[in-house]
Ligand binder design. Sequence first.
Ligand SMILES: [Zn+2]
Length: 195
Amino acid sequence: MPFHDKDDFTVTRLDPVNWMLEHPIRWEGHDGDHVDIEAGFVTDFATVPWAVQWLIPRTGTWTLPATGHDKLCTLLNRRYGLVTLAYRNATKIAHDGGPCSSCWAQAQLSVPPCTFGPVDTDGAFRAMCEDECVDPIRRWLLWVGVRWGALKNPARRVGWWRTAHLVLPISAVVAAPIVGLLYVLVRGIVAVFGG
Ligand SMILES: [Zn+2]
């Protein structure tokens, strides 16, 4: 029973994309770790690019996992904010605000790490999807999606290359038919309008 109290999963719509939890929810991991999502937490569920929403809508069996993932990302973002703040203060005092890698390392040490680091956060998302019986193909696609999202975010980018050997080939397999389809479309448009 990895998600506790999930029958209480009730949300209030704040705007077209944001929803607020009415009751707390807990996900119990397989190694004794857990994720607590408090009442009042705001989520946009799965942030899925429109081009693949036909395959993975914003909500589905992955809705609870997406909420749990959002929660873990919020914690990573918050920690990164604190590290950045500590770094700015240190380098302002020591180097007039100039860059300094040892100040950065020091700032990292000054803020306790999150229980789930960036790679673990996305791994937990995949485990949550498995718990919620998301089919393997969508589970891996969702994971690849959040891994690409992690690359864009400095709070989630650390350790990205450790999963690249999985992310890159899966992405290539997904992209191939899309690129092929676009090619055929563009050829068709050129044939019709290009004379
Ligand atoms: Zn320094």
